[in-house]
Ligand binder design. Sequence first.
Ligand SMILES: *Cc1c(COP(=O)(O)O)cnc(C)c1O
Length: 400
Amino acid sequence: MPKLNENYLNVQDSYLFAEIARRVSAYEESHPDKAGDIIRLGIGDVTRPLTKRAIEGLHRAVDEQTTAETFKGYGPEQGYAFVREAVADYYRRNGVEVDADDVFISDGAKSDTGNITELFAQDNVILVPDPVYPVYVDTNTMDGKKIVYMNGTEENDFLPMPDDRVKADIIYLCSPNNPTGACYNKEQLKKWVDYALKNDAVILFDSAYEAFVSEPELPRSIYAIEGAKKCAIEFCSLSKTAGFTGTRFSYTIVPKELTFAVSDGRRMSLHDMWNRRQSTKFNGTPYIIQYAAAQVLTEEGMEECMENISYYMENARVIAETLRRKNIPFTGGVNSPYIWFKCPDGMESWELFDHLLEKIQVVGTPGAGFGVNGKYHFRLTSFGTHEKTKEAMKRFEQLF
Ligand SMILES: *Cc1c(COP(=O)(O)O)cnc(C)c1O
């Protein structure tokens, strides 16, 4: 009989979106006349189609597969050099130098943030913010690793800062943040980098929403901070940037500078370990996708992506403006597609969920689903259409 990984018993059921779906269909059944009015502002997925360059790239790469001369079989597990260079170029245009050789191409920031746990032993102090993207918590729990939470609250604008009383080994940061939309500035990130260097810790930095940063002084990469290459791995993805949530392309930067002492006094390199891990367990992202991604990562390709991002950010602006008029405190919406607001009238997040569904047929995401610090907060996303977002906020304005 196999002995099972009983750590899975400790992983909480991911009931958030299932519970939302259950409450929405119950409402639709009991109010068939209102079912058509429902507006969904809870979606964490993009809705705009792929850009012209992405589509052209996909077509061209497919056609290459028709002749033996241009057909592609197995590629390098780390990704083709041309796309690793395209990622490094993209960073360079945003003012950050990364070595193309430190870029690992993958099929998702979700897979990589989850798989990275394999490089670390069981007995680490792992700091995770709350509220949080559930992947960091669940993957460590599946590994039997213990998590120490740091609180994101209104007091710290949902941007937890290092606490010198806690000696962490591994720190998860996500900026701009899902779900709170909050974004660290350079001084704040520098404090984290300094803390990590002082404590010989590693930062796992999720920058999946970097392309949504609109204020030029805010960092879009942790490597905009001096010293970060000695203490940080960065995860990024074309999912939100280029609408690749279904197409699948991501990149993880593991700098060669990242070495740590091990029990026998030698130093191990996280770059070499990740390379070994990926070469052993991963056979690469499809060539067709890598080819299209390289087109997206060009200057012209990114300009097209920015048109879609601007479309979303116009929705964010409409939501933020409504909340501001109603004096409802919120974070996000400026450098992020997410708006995270305090539930009005002292309501709890599930209470507000039901209230919005019943009174104005608007569906959002209760903050409680992202951690205990989300109990009185609520997430709206800007991934809807202009028309629906405006209509939802008009109803919201009449309700409160
Ligand atoms: C959407 C998202 C990602 C991207 O995941 P992919 O697997 O690349 O689609 C990563 N981190 C966060 C916090 C996200 O919300």
